[in-house]
Write a protein that binds this ligand. Structure first.
Ligand SMILES: NC(=O)c1ccc[n+]([C@@H]2O[C@H](COP(=O)([O-])OP(=O)(O)OC[C@H]3O[C@@H](n4cnc5c(N)ncnc54)[C@H](OP(=O)(O)O)[C@@H]3O)[C@@H](O)[C@H]2O)c1
Length: 337
């Protein structure tokens, strides 16, 4: 498949580097011509889990300078850049071509609404990695890219994309991609964002009364929006439906055991959003809790806690607040207790 990878950061670099090392030609698109020149000189080198791999970046250019069309575009930028690039990506897709976004949150769905569902295959990444320098990437886990039709079911194109990208990285197909996206989003909205806002991890805030109350509010709202949208969140490490859930979390031993499983799976991971705060980078909050709040508004589902979390994250990004445990109580208060 004639393939373009857009965004040669952590994930784009790992996918591109492993495909090139496997002898599968791919084109690479960077944000600007300067990065393209540097990548052309350095090539791509992947280390870490999955073994070392390297390839020459022969076909690399700034996104604006690419003059051909592609059967497959793997979109590996951050969420906000993905949405901004949408019109350009529409031009670069060949007739019948497929765009595969792999961002967390609402990006696949938003792009499908803008470009047409037939042009977008949903994706998400359970593959984790980091870029240590331009052209140098470290794979941090043995995860996979999960793909599937946003309308559900299986398709010939998903199988073709799996076969092609699978030459480089593990790619799996689910008939319930929307459900999988929501399962990850439920945890991103609660575990991850609240960890970042509190300046630590879930384990650091979940045993405080405000932390627990805000976790339940954020999770309950997001799950209510998911169900109202028609999605059926899929089981990941834990069941996305807390035991006895009736529109709200039901306190008790079963809920505590469920929360312990969430904590064991995700409670000690430093949120990437906290790294964004520390490095002064834009966060993806508008596509995580912000997506939940916006969709909730459209569907008539209350999302005051998620909306208040978005406001707090924007205030931290603008330097008006600092991350810290005190933020959680403030968010609860502004969300109505
Ligand atoms: N890394 C992970 O382990 C991981 C795991 C799961 C999900 N994700 C998600 O996957 C997405 C990508 O993450 P990442 O960690 O790979 O991000 P990243 O390291 O920041 O890489 C994004 C790359 O896209 C480039 N870019 C931005 N706008 C562009 C444009 N218009 N045209 C071409 N390139 C452009 C950026 O260039 P500049 O540096 O010049 O901006 C950067 O090199 C995010 O949504 C993230 O949440 C990541």
């Amino acid at each position: 498949m004639r393939t373009l990878i857009v965004g040669i950061g952590a994930l784009g670099g790992i996918i591109g580097g492993r495909l090139l090392a496997a002898g599968s030609p791919v084109f690479l698109a960077t944000r600007d011509a300067e990065s393209a020149g540097r990548l052309r000189a350095s090539g791509l080198r992947v280390t870490g889990i999955g073994g070392d791999a390297s390839g020459s970046a022969t076909h690399v250019a700034a996104l604006a300078d690419i003059g051909e069309t592609f059967e497959l575009i793997v979109l590996a930028t951050k969420a906000q850049d993905a949405i901004e690039a949408a019109p350009r990506l529409g031009e670069l897709l060949a007739r019948g071509g497929t765009l595969l976004p792999i961002q967390n949150g609402g990006v696949s769905q938003i792009l499908a609404e803008r470009l047409g569902e037939e042009r977008v295959l949903g994706g998400l990444s359970n593959l984790g990695g980091t870029m240590t320098a331009l052209g140098a990437y470290e794979q941090r886990n043995a995860g996979h890219i999960l793909i599937g039709e946003l309308t559900g079911g299986t398709s010939e194109r998903a199988t073709r994309v799996q076969g092609w990208l699978g030459r480089g990285v593990d790619v799996r197909i689910t008939p319930n991609l929307r459900g999988a996206i929501w399962s990850k989003l439920l945890l991103n909205c609660s575990v991850t964002t609240l960890g970042a806002v509190s300046g630590g991890t879930m384990r650091g805030y979940i045993f405080t009364p405000e932390g627990r109350a805000l976790f339940d509010r954020a999770y309950d709202e997001a799950l209510s929006v998911a169900l109202a949208s028609g999605a059926r969140p899929e089981k990941m490490i834990v069941d996305p439906m807390p035991p006895g859930w009736n529109g709200h979390s039901v306190p008790g031993p079963a809920q505590d055991a469920w929360l312990s499983a969430v904590l064991a799976g995700y409670g000690d991971i430093k949120p990437s959003m906290l790294q964004d705060f520390e490095r002064g980078r834009a966060t993806e909050i508008d596509f995580i809790n912000g997506y939940v709040a916006d969709l909730g508004k459209k569907l008539g589902v209350a999302t005051a806690a998620n909306a208040a979390i978005v406001d707090a994250v924007h205030a931290i990004s603008r330097g008006r607040l600092a991350p810290g445990p005190a933020r959680l109580g403030e968010i609860l208060t502004s969300a109505g207790g």
